[in-house]
Design a protein around this ligand. Structure first.
Ligand code: KIV
Ligand code: ZN
Length: 554
C-alpha cells in the first residue's frame, strides 16, 4: 500500500445541499421491494442458475412476499429468455406479482426483451445506460450529449414497441437507471433522467421508476443520501416518479446507504437475498427488511423460515451464507462469552414474564420469529462462564445446578473445554458432569443401602466396596444421610465432614423419572465440596450424592 494514498486516490466531492432534510427523518413504513436475485445476483455467479434453479428461487421469492421480481436479462442468453417464457406460459406468476426485465438501450436487445414478455399480466421494462465521467470517457468515448442521445433513443425504441404488449392486455411500467449514478454529477443524472422522462411521459397515475444505482460505492452513505435527496428535490415531475435505490456493497455500507437513501425520499429498494451480486454484492434485502422489523415496522416480507430460505439460496446459487451474516448467519444468535450468556439468560427469563416489548440484551430480535431456536443461543467454549454451562445443562437436560455448585463445576468444565480447544455440545457437557460427580466410584462404591428410623433415630446398614474390598458398615443419625455420614466416618475411615447443603430435583429422561440429589459437605478444615447422585429412589440418590462428595474430597 502507498505511504501517501492521496497521490493516487481522492475523496468523493460532497453534494451541496444547504438544508438537507434526511438526517432528521425516521423510517415509518416498508418501501416497495424488488428482488434482483435472478438478474444481478445470477449474473455474478461463477455458474449461473439453470432454468429449474431459477424457478425454485422465483417460487421462494414469491413465498417471501416479493411483489416485484427482476427475473433476468432475456436478451442476454437463451436460458434467460426461456425462463421468461416458462414463467408466462406455465402461468407461474401470481396475479399480484410483477416481473421485471433488464435491457440495454439497443434495438435488437429491446426487441428480444419485448418478445420474451408477451402474454405476461404486468411487467417492468428496465432500461439502463451508464453515465459517470469514467464510463463516458473510457468505456464509451462519448460526450454528455451523446450519452443522453443513447438513453433517449433507447427510451423511444421501447415506447415504439409497447403496443405489442399492451395490445394483449399486459400492463407495462417503465424503469430507467442511469447506471453508475452515484459516481455521476447529480446535475447530469437529473438531465439524462429528465430526457428519458420526456420520452416516456410519466404521470402521477402512470408513474415510471427512476432507479438510482450505487453501482459501485464510491463514498460514505451520507453522500448517497444527499444525492438521492438532491434528485428528489430538484427533478421535475417528482410526483410522476417512483424513486428506486439499487446499492452495492464495495465499501461495506450497502445497507446503510439504502436506509439513508430511504430517509432521503426514495420509495423503492432493489437488492438480493443475503447480498449476492457483483464483487462485494448487492444490498442484502433481508438486512434492511429485518432492520425495519426490529423497530416494529412491518417489512412486508416474511422470513419466518430463515433456515429454509438459506438452504434454497445455497442450493440454487452455490453460494454460502457467512456465519456472521446479520440475522441469517449460523452464529448470529450464539453467545460465546460468559457475561453475554448470563445477560441473555436473565433477559430471556425476564421477557418470558412480561411478554411485551423485546428487550433481551445482545439479541436484536427473538430468534423464534425467524424460525431459529433458543437452543442455538448459547454454546460453551473455553471463554464461556459458569452461567453458560449451567444454562445449557438446564435448558437441554433439566439439570438445575445449585448456584454454589455452578461456581465449582463451571471452571472444571472450562478447563476440559480449554484442553479440547473447541466448542462442546450440551451432551458432552452432561458427560463431563456425570464423570465428575455421578460416576465417582473410588475410593468408595455403594453396593447396598438400607436405613430404618425409630423415634427419630435412624440406623443404616450398608455394604461398600472400599479400595476393591467389600465391607459392611453401620451408623446412626437423625436421618438416613446423617446415619450414612456417621458410618462412613466411624467405620469406613472417611475424613470427618458435615453436610452443609442438600438439594434435590426430579429428572425425567425417556420414560423413567428419577431423582437427582446434590450434597455439599464441609470438611474439618473448612473446605466445601459438592457431590451428586442419581437414582429412581430419592433416598438412594442422596446417599450416592454423599458418597460422590466424599470420593471427590479423597
Ligand atoms: O448496479 C447497477 O448499476 C445495476 C444497474 C443495471 C441497475 O445493476
Ligand atoms: Zn447492480
Amino acid at each position: 500500500m502507498l505511504k501517501n494514498p492521496s497521490s493516487k486516490y481522492q475523496p468523493f466531492p460532497l453534494i451541496n445541499i444547504p438544508n438537507r432534510q434526511w438526517p432528521s427523518r425516521h423510517l415509518t413504513h416498508a418501501p416497495i421491494w424488488c428482488s434482483v436475485d435472478l438478474r444481478d445476483g445470477n449474473q455474478a455467479l461463477a455458474v449461473p442458475m439453470n432454468v429449474s434453479q431459477k424457478l425454485d428461487m422465483f417460487d421462494a421469492l414469491v413465498q417471501c412476499g416479493f411483489k416485484e421480481i427482476e427475473v433476468g436479462f432475456p436478451s442476454a442468453s437463451n436460458t434467460e429468455f426461456q425462463f421468461n417464457r416458462r414463467l408466462i406460459e406455465e402461468k407461474r406468476i401470481p396475479e399480484d406479482v410483477t416481473i421485471q426485465c433488464l435491457v440495454q438501450a439497443r434495438e435488437d436487445l429491446i426487441e428480444k426483451t419485448v418478445e420474451s414478455l408477451i402474454g405476461a399480466k404486468q411487467v417492468v421494462i428496465h432500461m439502463y445506460n451508464s453515465t459517470s465521467p469514467a464510463q463516458r470517457k473510457y468505456v464509451f468515448g462519448k460526450s454528455k450529449e451523446e450519452i443522453i442521445a443513447v438513453a433517449v433513443k433507447g427510451a423511444q425504441m421501447i415506447k415504439d414497441r409497447l403496443h405489442r404488449l399492451t395490445a394483449g392486455g399486459t400492463k407495462v411500467t417503465l424503469q430507467y437507471s442511469p447506471e453508475s449514478f452515484s459516481a455521476t454529477e447529480v446535475e447530469f443524472a437529473k438531465e439524462i433522467s429528465e430526457a428519458v422522462m420526456d420520452v416516456w411521459q410519466p404521470t402521477p397515475e402512470n408513474k415510471m421508476i427512476l432507479n438510482l444505482p450505487d453501482t459501485v460505492e464510491v463514498a460514505m452513505p451520507n453522500v448517497y443520501a444527499d444525492q438521492i435527496e438532491w434528485i428528489c428535490t430538484n427533478i421535475k415531475n417528482r410526483e410522476s416518479l417512483i424513486i428506486s435505490l439499487h446499492t452495492h456493497n464495495d465499501r461495506g455500507t450497502g445497507t446503510a446507504a439504502t436506509e439513508l437513501g430511504l430517509l432521503a425520499g426514495a420509495d423503492r429498494v432493489e437488492g438480493t437475498l443475503f447480498g449476492n451480486g457483483e464483487r462485494t454484492g448487492n444490498l442484502d434485502i433481508v438486512q434492511v427488511a429485518m432492520n425495519l422489523y426490529m423497530h416494529g415496522i412491518d417489512p412486508k416480507l416474511d422470513f419466518s423460515d430463515m433456515s429454509g430460505l438459506i438452504s434454497m439460496y445455497e442450493r440454487t446459487t452455490g453460494m454460502t451464507v457467512p456465519p456472521r451474516q446479520p440475522y441469517a448467519g449460523e452464529l448470529v444468535f450464539t453467545a460465546f462469552s460468559g457475561s453475554h450468556q448470563d445477560a441473555i439468560k436473565k433477559g430471556l427469563a425476564g421477557y418470558e414474564q412480561h411478554k411485551s416489548i423485546w428487550d433481551v440484551p445482545y439479541l436484536t430480535i427473538d430468534p423464534e420469529d425467524i424460525g431459529r431456536e433458543y437452543r442455538e443461543v448459547i454454546r460453551v467454549n473455553s471463554q464461556s462462564g459458569k452461567g453458560g454451562v449451567a444454562y445449557l445443562l438446564e435448558s437441554e437436560f433439566g439439570i438445575e445446578l445449585p448456584k454454589d455448585m455452578q461456581r465449582e463445576f463451571g471452571p472444571l468444565a472450562n478447563d476440559i473445554v480449554d484442553k479440547l480447544g473447541r466448542e462442546v455440545t450440551a451432551a458432552e457437557l452432561k458427560g463431563m458432569f456425570w464423570k465428575e460427580y455421578i460416576e465417582r466410584e473410588s475410593p468408595y462404591s455403594l453396593h447396598h443401602f438400607h436405613a430404618d428410623g425409630v423415634d427419630g433415630v435412624f440406623t443404616c446398614r450398608c455394604s461398600l466396596v472400599i479400595n476393591g474390598k467389600e465391607r459392611g458398615i453401620t451408623g446412626k443419625g437423625n436421618g438416613p444421610i446423617a446415619a450414612f455420614a456417621q458410618a462412613l466416618i466411624q467405620e469406613a475411615g472417611a475424613p470427618a465432614f458435615e453436610v452443609a447443603t442438600y438439594r434435590e430435583q426430579s429428572l425425567s429422561s425417556g420414560t423413567e423419572a428419577s431423582a437427582l440429589a446434590y450434597i455439599q459437605i464441609k470438611t474439618t478444615s473448612g473446605k466445601t465440596i459438592w457431590g451428586a447422585g442419581v437414582d429412581t429412589n430419592i433416598e438412594l440418590a442422596s446417599i450416592k450424592a454423599v458418597l460422590s462428595a466424599v470420593n471427590r474430597a479423597a
